[in-house]
Write a protein that binds this ligand. Structure first.
Ligand code: IPD
Length: 263
């Protein structure tokens, strides 16, 4: 498989579907939003975008199966799997805050072969393929060289539907507020990871995320020279619902911090 060629094809598909999503936003009626669970929002835009992506990806790698956020396609147990979030940052989209993205990864088991994040507001296309580096609009990108936590900018996502680890979160946030340049919560984990990969953020952490929120972004960070762990400092970040990602030194410090706060 030519992974570079595949990532270009997936990028083109993202731009096509992204243009439809932006068009839908122009006349978007918040009344069409449905709540899947507490604060877990979805609209016909997410569902239509997912269907278009699935159709496009079936043509690119016909033998691959799907893991998708909106469940519009049967999830078969295939060796190759597309992991898709058609609209990461749905809450931002609904409130017309321009940070949302399409996130697509192709995985073989736990190994991610390609990762594409398309940030529609800025029309920035982030792509990575295994051993091929990470790229934004065709320019090579890399993580920051910051080595001190005190010099770093950290991104996170606040809990909004599971609150059992609030104490650990608040303890971690308190420490980071006092010991970094600051914290940011953009509202799209895929964009957070892309921004780690291109050196806007030094690191990112969040708990409660799904594979479709992080799969593409993890490869971007790794191919940009960074590291990704779960909250135990291990590699179960794809399906394990906890993640820290960043440049090597800052992510090591951040991961130690979450390991001591989250039990
Ligand atoms: C969400 C975003 C958000 C993160 C949430 C995710 P969605 O994805 O990535 O930043 O904090 O945990 O669920 O639901 O908008 O696709």
């Amino acid at each position: 498989m030519n992974l570079e060629k595949l990532s270009i094809e997936v990028g083109n598909l993202c731009k096509e579907v992204g243009a439809n999503i932006i068009q839908q936003r122009l006349n978007f009626d918040p009344a069409v939003v449905v709540e899947k669970g507490l604060n877990q929002l979805v609209s016909f835009v997410d569902i239509e975008a997912e269907k278009q992506l699935v159709e496009g990806l079936k043509k690119i790698v016909p033998e691959a199966g799907f893991i998708t956020e909106e469940n519009t396609v049967e999830q078969l147990n295939t060796e190759l799997v597309w992991i898709i979030d058609p609209l990461d940052g749905t809450t931002n989209f609904i409130h017309n805050l321009p940070v949302y993205s399409i996130s697509i990864a192709l995985a073989k088991g736990n190994e991610i072969l390609i990762g594409v994040v398309y940030e529609m507001g800025k029309k920035d296309l982030f792509t990575a393929w295994q051993n091929g580096g990470a790229w934004c609009n065709g320019e090579k990108i890399s993580v920051t060289k910051t080595s001190e936590l005190s010099q770093s900018l950290i991104a996170t996502g606040f809990p909004y539907y599971e609150f059992d680890q609030m104490e650990a979160y608040i303890k971690t946030l308190t420490y980071l507020m006092k010991n970094t340049h600051g914290l940011r919560r953009l509202g799209s984990a895929a964009v957070d990871l892309a921004y780690v990969a291109c050196g806007k953020f030094d690191a990112f952490f969040e708990t409660g995320l799904h594979a479709w929120d992080v799969a593409a972004g993890c490869l971007l960070v790794q191919e940009a020279g960074g590291t990704v762990y779960d909250f135990k400092g291990e590699n179960n970040f794809l399906f394990g619902k906890s993640i820290t990602a960043g440049n090597v030194p800052v992510n090591a410090i951040l991961n130690q911090l979450v390991q001591s706060n989250f039990k």
